[in-house]
Ligand binder design. Structure first.
Ligand code: GLU
Length: 445
């Protein structure tokens, strides 16, 4: 039975980078009929905020990435304390007292000597009396996990065979001096207790994984299958880490990005499969295959979301849009025809309102100096009152014979006069719907 989890820290809004992790784990569980856990990594009481927990849930729900259950690390502190005791009992956990400044100095010295900046384990040499003295002087120390200095190997679902020499990694701090349990330990205990079988996360976690594999083994758990996806970069390959704050899912939603557009892109970006708009998560899950993803950084351009969003909207039937159009104030009797006119001319849902304003109120005419007389003559030929379905062809035929103009020289000035812009829906479809045409006042009397 497959069990996966998405484990955000509620210290901010989730962004496109987090979404990849959430989506991959969700799809793996969904494809195999397994369990997908939303795990809130909230062991940091200062930075974790309830509003972010709510926001994370809203964002995932918006995308349809629903979870089978929620777990919270803050409710599992007893389990972490038990695991810490177990590691202590096995001699795999030790207290260290170096200050951050001292550690920094050690690192600099090592780097100067061309050595990797790995913690030197000086604390292992402390006697009980030394520790008592240090504790009296500096307060409690941090607790480090004692790595077995051997190679740690796993077959990564994306990166392939990985082998990391534990001697090149510092013994990880699992409990801070103030007693706060850190994610590295909490995550291992949770993954084991919750029977997590597959962990997909960003490649910034590769070293964590190495140390966590040793911790899982020490605690007697089963090592899950690990896969590390590449990190996203900007379109030019630039780091996104600073900009991710502006790529929060809620900002994209605010900009009108459709969930299917975002999911379709994210499920394929960085893989050898083409990006195609899919109508549902089931369809996305069907073609999803972790093996198709590569290790190279993945370029992400927010602009790619808009053509996909437009494609989704262009495909929506009137029945789906009915309530939304009614809410905009579009009367029932013309709503279907209006949607037919508007849908091919929108990028996001926000654009619908702009076409409704045009249809209901008309636009400030756009008339070039050289077209003034022509437009005046044409407007005089436009029939009064509500216009019939074939109004555009009859009117333009009449204007053509009266003025001798044809082609673009005939149609474009009329479009600009009526819609106030150069581009937009088919005039033949639009004109009969227009409830008000301010350009009429330009008519030559
Ligand atoms: N809370 C961790 C993070 O957001 C989870 C990493 C993991 O998936 O294990 O980076």
């Amino acid at each position: 039975m497959t069990t996966t989890r998405f484990a955000p820290s509620p210290t901010g809004y989730i962004h496109v980078g987090n979404l990849r992790t959430a989506l991959f784990n969700h799809l793996i569980a969904r494809k195999s009929g397994g369990t997908f856990i939303l795990r809130i990594d909230d062991t940091d009481p200062e930075r974790s905020k309830e509003e972010y927990v709510d926001a994370i849930k809203q964002d995932l729900e918006w995308l349809g990435l629903t979870w089978d259950r929620v777990e919270r690390q803050s409710e599992r502190l007893d389990r972490y304390a038990e695991a810490a005791d177990k590691l202590r009992g096995m001699g795999r956990f030790y207290e260290a007292f170096e200050t951050p400044v001292e550690l920094d100095l050690k690192r600099k010295k090592q780097l100067n000597m061309g050595k990797p900046p790995v913690y030197d384990r000086a604390a292992l040499a402390l006697s009980e009396a030394d520790k008592d003295a240090l504790r009296a002087e500096r307060g409690d120390g941090v607790w480090r996990f004692k790595l077995n200095q051997e190679r740690i190997e796993w077959n990564d679902g994306i990166l392939g065979d990985i082998s990391i020499d534990a001697a090149s990694v510092s013994d990880p701090v699992l409990i801070r001096a103030d007693g706060q349990v850190l994610y590295t330990l909490a995550s291992v205990v949770d993954d084991t207790d919750m029977g997590v079988t597959h962990v997909v996360r960003g490649s910034d976690h590769v070293t964590n994984t190495a140390t966590q594999i040793q911790m899982i083994r020490a605690l007697g758990g089963t090592v899950p299958a690990f896969a590390h996806h590449s990190l996203l970069t900007g379109p030019q390959g630039e780091s996104l880490s600073k900009r991710l704050g502006t790529l929060a899912l809620r900002d994209l939603r605010e900009q009108g990005v459709e969930p299917e557009a975002l999911l379709s892109l994210m499920a394929r970006l960085g893989s050898s499969q083409p990006v195609e708009l899919r109508a549902s998560l089931d369809e996305i899950a069907e073609g999803f295959d972790l093996d198709q993803f590569g290790s190279a950084p993945t370029k992400f351009d927010v602009q790619d979301l808009f053509p996909l969003t437009a494609r989704k909207l262009h495909g929506l039937d009137y029945a789906v849009m009915k309530d939304e159009l009614a809410a905009l104030g579009v009367p029932d009797d013309i709503a279907e025809a209006f949607w037919g006119v508007a849908r091919a001319n929108i990028t996001t849902r926000k654009d619908i309102a702009q076409w409704w304003t045009l249809v209901s109120q008309g636009a400030e005419p756009m008339v070039a100096d050289e077209d003034k007389d022509f437009v005046a003559e044409a407007m005089a030929l436009l029939p009064e009152g509500p216009l019939p379905a074939d109004a555009w062809s009859t009117w333009t035929a009449a204007v053509k014979s009266a003025t001798g103009r044809k082609g673009k020289g005939l149609f474009m000035p009329l479009r600009k006069a009526i819609t106030g812009q150069e581009r937009g829906p088919e005039m033949a479809d639009l004109l009969p719907l227009m409830q008000s045409i301010p350009a009429r006042k330009l008519a030559k009397s």
